[in-house]
Design a binder for this molecule. Structure first.
Ligand code: HEM
Ligand SMILES: [Cu+2]
Length: 619
């Protein structure tokens, strides 16, 4: 139990490797959990990237022979699933974990052990999904697993089982994290931090947590129905038995469309922090950016059937979902105007975080525009299932989420790791990625318009698709190169980078008031908040005559007097027990029963762990 304090600088001799590993396995510190999420997300991002490169190699030339049709199916399924659930979502979670408590002036999240549990369940779900490679039975029905592709009859073996159970585990993790952050943000804000004084990243993440807890139950239900179909022979999705396979599509997309906002809103929040900092101006119309974020979250639940225009829902449903989809472009457009308004007349510093943020805005606008195009059902009928769609969703997911998240990586790196990433390499990373991204994905618009369907593993040489496919593959390798630059930067910075000051960017919010990286307890004294740009106003005044608020230097606090939750190994063990149970469904009923009992046991221990006051006192 002493491991927590053991690594505070200067308290003890260099800890042994085993102790270090143990301290990470049992950590309940939101900052460490954030780093764990970030590192895992990046590793899976690389895995998904290699899968993408393989697909692009196969498609570089007509009649490609690198991959079989089956392998190609497996690759696009795992690529899509990985990028969405194992790369972008956890990269968002990394920032929720590390940044939200700091931005709201808290010492940790509301339920630190639950937080650790979310991470370990996430990691076990991800590893379970990838164990399908070892089992030689990789999911192959696409990331949205349409019925009846997924019924036993058409998909024997355990390909789809890995996907179905893996997503179920990942959903559990997201739900736990969602509830945890809702409670954290509602209950743990520093005194004076009203909701409208909450920083924008925290706000957009707050909206995301509601999307998570409201959207995931839909896919949970869908997956349970599918599980019954596959394991117990029910016929929820079988038209032969009078069922409607569209039930799956509805349940999936009621989750799936909010999910795309789960992927984009954190990036929007990051950009809303980066732009004010690097133009030295408050976010233009911040309340409107907040309200439009709420609107996006709200309307995000009313547009799911735009993914289904081609199934023949009839003119009434088509019109309703078309109008709703066009409407949701309004709050999105509002945000874009606010970001541009923030830059307008600002004292702009073109640092790498700002470049990535600008990349986000420009690329997301392009993805948004093609999105508005297929909000129209007749247009969508032409575009759906073609490469035009592949271009569209990469402009929003990569051009949007990934660029936005990397703005956050460069922006918060000094706070997280205590060193500022090399600026020149950061700019090289940005430009190579920006060029590579457009070379890869812009031509896919043309390919789609001249008729290339998505999810084909090869094509004939006389269709006119050769040139742009080749260009796109070249672009994919340029993107890969940009990440080599990033990793060189990380290596160089961690070896030779100078220690970062508390506030390297002259920024505006609370996380920059404490050291980089922050001490375990974050704030020696919980701050009192008067404004959304609390730190900026303390430094420079409010710009309307009020002088800077020089707070009296805080009286020294003995860190030993601050009680932090002690580490626990029960989150890790409970996660392991859960996966043991679920993987048992593919192996043996006895494993399910054993795993179930272990799960109950670990749950009980988890719950009762601090029922009695821990020795030495626990709050
Ligand atoms: C190096 C960068 C990337 C390349 C070259 C790439 C390439 C591809 C290719 C070739 C496909 C298969 C298209 C098809 O045959 O229908 C695909 C699908 C997909 N990609 Fe990417 N991709 C990249 C990054 C990303 C990122 C960052 C995301 C983030 C979410 C993403 C999300 C998806 C999704 C959701 C699918 C659909 C999967 C499916 O159809 O089941 N991709 N990508
Ligand atoms: Cu949608």
């Amino acid at each position: 139990m002493a491991t927590q304090v053991a690594f505070m600088p200067g308290t003890r001799a260099k800890p042994k490797t085993l102790e270090v590993i143990w301290s990470w396995l049992t950590t309940v510190d939101h900052k460490r959990i954030g780093i764990l999420y970030g590192v895992s997300a990046y590793v899976f991002f690389l895995v998904g990237g290699v899968e993408a490169l393989l697909m692009r190699l196969q498609l570089a030339r007509p009649d490609g022979t690198l991959l079989s049709a089956q392998t190609f199916n497996e690759l696009f399924t795992m690529h899509g699933t990985t990028m969405i659930f194992l790369a972008i979502m956890p990269m968002g979670a990394a920032f929720f974990n590390f940044i939200i408590p700091l931005q709201i002036g808290a010492r940790d999240v509301a339920f630190p052990r639950l937080n650790a549990l979310s991470y370990w369940v996430f990691l076990s779900g991800a590893l379970f999904l990838h164990s399908s490679f070892l089992a030689g039975s990789v999911p192959d029905a696409g990331w949205f697993g349409y019925a009846n592709l997924t019924t036993r009859q058409f998909s024997p073996g355990s390909h789809v089982d890995f996907w179905m159970l893996g997503l179920q585990i990942l959903g559990l993790s997201s739900l736990m994290a969602g509830f945890n952050f809702i409670v954290t943000i509602i209950n743990m804000r520093a005194p004076g931090m009203t909701l409208m004084r909450m920083p924008l990243f925290t706000w957009m993440s707050f909206v995301v947590q509601f999307l998570v807890v409201l959207a995931f139950p839909a896919i949970t239900v869908a997956l349970i129905l599918l599980m019954f179909d596959r394991f117990f022979g029910t016929l929820f999705f079988s038209p032969a038995a009078g069922a409607d396979p569209l039930l799956w599509q509805h349940l999936f997309w009621i989750f799936g469309h909010p999910e795309v906002y789960i992927l984009i809103l954190p990036a929007m929040g990051i950009v809303s922090e980066v732009l004010p900092t690097f133009s030295r101006k408050p976010l233009f119309g911040a309340p409107v950016v907040i309200y439009s974020g709420i609107m996006i979250g709200f309307f995000g639940f009313g547009v799911w059937s735009h993914h289904m225009f081609s199934v023949g829902m009839g003119p009434v449903a088509d019109s309703a979902f078309s109008i709703a989809t066009l409407l949701i472009a309004v709050p999105t457009g509002v945000k874009i105007f606010n970001w541009i308004g923030t830059l307008w007349g600002g004292a702009i510093r073109f640092t790498s975080p700002l470049l990535f943020a600008l990349g986000f805005i420009s690329m997301f606008i392009m993805g948004g525009l093609s999105g508005v195009m297929h909000a129209s059902p007749p247009v969508d009928l032409q575009q759906t299932d073609s490469y035009f769609i592949v271009a569209h969703f990469h402009y929003v997911l990569f051009g949007g989420s990934i660029f936005g998240l990397f703005a956050g990586v460069y922006y918060w790196w000094p706070k997280i790791f205590g060193k500022v990433l090399d600026e020149r390499l950061g700019q090289v990373h940005f430009w190579v990625m920006f060029i590579g991204f457009n070379v890869t994905f812009f031509p896919m618009h043309f390919l789609g318009l001249i008729g290339m369907p998505r999810r084909i593993y090869t094509y004939a040489p006389d269709l006119g698709w050769n040139f742009w496919n080749f260009v796109s593959t070249v672009g994919a390798f340029i993107i890969a190169l940009s990440f080599v630059v990033f990793m060189v930067n990380v290596a160089k910075t961690s070896r030779w980078g100078a220690p970062a000051p508390a506030d390297p960017w002259d920024a505006r919010t609370l996380e920059w008031t404490i050291s980089s990286p922050p001490p375990v307890y974050n704030f020696a004294i919980i701050p009192t908040v008067h404004d959304r740009d609390e730190f900026w106003i303390a430094k420079y005044g409010d710009g309307h005559g009020a002088p800077p608020r020089k707070s009296a230097p805080a009286p020294p606090v003995d860190p030993a007097s601050i009680h932090m939750p002690p580490p626990s190994y029960w989150p890790l063990l409970l996660a392991a027990a859960i996966v043991l149970t679920i993987s048992g469904l593919l192996i043996s009923m006895y494993q399910v029963i054993l795993g179930g009992l272990l799960t109950l046991y670990c749950m009980a221990r988890f719950m009762l762990e601090y029922h009695r006051p821990a020795p030495g006192g626990h709050h």
